[in-house]
Design a protein. Structure first.
Length: 394
């Protein structure tokens, strides 16, 4: 078996797309006879506090489904205070640097980016040690930070981020990009760099449609995932008017906007919007079997970003109501996965919901079957990983 190391800021039992994405990569490599080690922080995301099983520990080594998971100390925080957030990032980064400097590591290392500082420090040390660096880029930073108004163009922090971004692209042996836009961006800076598309396909092992379509008139929409600024679920709740329709919106997840969403729903009980908190992935999928449509929102079009929820819920058979723009919009439209609404256009979203409200349940059931079959044919993670292995990527 070939040894390979994955460096990531997230890994289960942490929740969210980032943790799921890295886990699926690790499991697929393991299935293809790689001895996989994942280097990550002690579990804390998205609450920003250590899970009970990791409290009082500096490091933990686990075996999860054949994957060796090495967790290092972190000062966790999801505070909006930039000093606390920076301290959290620096805490894990400093321990990671010491680990990479003084511990033996495999010849092949996959580095997840973002976080940008984490990938910068990892790549710097691994380049000195002449490792094969496979940089897995899931979002473009600092470009995404500018689009989310988290950075100011031309500011010192922006210039430092640009330097780190170009450094990791230059030093990486090759790159994996979750979108074609990411690859285009990197190649515009380094035209000779080898880059391969790596979509965030799930592995549910679901071979037949398990969704149930109730004969009752209620149409259940749901959002499941991070409740952060980039997703804009709180603003979605404020802007939509579902009173008088047969549509319900159900929200599952946790994050920075959780309290605002709960307060809004408490003050607006007339809206058929329900918050369920965070659930384990398997438990969530079991509950969602009786739901109808997955909504995937973003507050703004983020160049390079393709929400993995498109692939995850499409593969389960859920029609997608996409509200994020960019390459994700094209994927939903070109694969016939559901409906596309221009990002930020709440009037168009309201209009689309009224059209969905008039759907016959038999038509909705047929659409679920179509989406499931299309996603099963197009979103195959096993084939994707095998193709990359055959190309000599891993």
């Amino acid at each position: 078996m070939q040894d390979i190391l994955i460096i990531s800021n997230y890994y289960p039992p942490e929740k969210g797309a980032a943790a799921n994405r890295i886990e699926q990569m690790a499991l697929q490599l393991y299935k293809n006879n790689y001895a996989v080690t994942v280097l990550c922080p002690l579990g804390n995301y998205p609450k920003g506090e250590l899970f009970p099983e990791y409290r009082g520990k500096f490091s933990v080594t686990e075996n999860q489904n054949g994957i060796r998971v090495k967790r290092l100390w972190i000062y966790p925080s999801n505070s909006k205070n930039i000093v606390k957030r920076l301290l959290s990032i620096l805490s894990f980064s400093s321990v990671l640097v010491l680990y990479l400097l003084f511990k033996k590591t495999p010849k092949k290392v996959i580095v997840q980016s973002p976080p940008l500082l984490l990938s910068f420090l990892s790549v710097a040390i691994l380049a000195l040690k002449q490792k094969k660096i496979i940089l897995n880029v899931s979002d473009l930073w600092p470009l995404a930070a500018l689009e989310l108004n988290a950075l100011k163009a031309g500011a010192f922090s922006h210039k430092v981020s640009l330097f780190m971004e170009r450094f990791i692209y230059q030093k990486a042996t090759l790159l994996l990009g979750q979108s074609q836009e990411i690859l285009d961006h990197v190649l515009s800076i380094f035209p000779d760099k080898q880059g391969c598309l790596y979509r965030n396909y799930p592995d549910h092992s679901v071979k037949q449609l398990e969704l149930q379509t109730s004969a009752e008139p209620t149409i259940k929409l749901f959002y499941a995932g991070l409740l952060g600024v980039a997703q804009g679920v709180y603003e979605l709740c404020r802007q939509l008017d579902l009173v008088g329709t047969q549509i319900e919106l159900h929200i599952f997840g946790d994050g920075a906007e959780k309290k605002e969403i709960e307060a809004y729903l408490q003050n607006n009980p007339q809206q058929p919007i329900f918050f369920h908190g965070m659930l384990e992935r398997k438990a969530l999928h079991e509950i969602l079997k009786t739901f109808d449509i997955a909504i995937v929102p973003l507050t703004t079009r983020i160049y390079g970003s393709v929400p993995s929820k498109i692939f995850e819920y499409g593969s389960l058979g859920f029609p997608i109501l996409y509200f994020g723009g960019g390459e994700g919009e094209n994927i939903v439209a070109n694969h016939g996965l559901g409906w596309v609404v221009p990002v930020g256009d709440f009037a168009a979203m309201q209009h689309q919901l009224l059209e969905i409200n008039n759907l016959d349940k038999s038509d909705l059931a047929a659409l679920k079957t179509k989406v499931f079959e299309q996603a099963q044919a197009d979103f195959n993670i096993e084939k994707q990983v095998k193709d990359l292995i055959n190309q000599g990527v891993f």
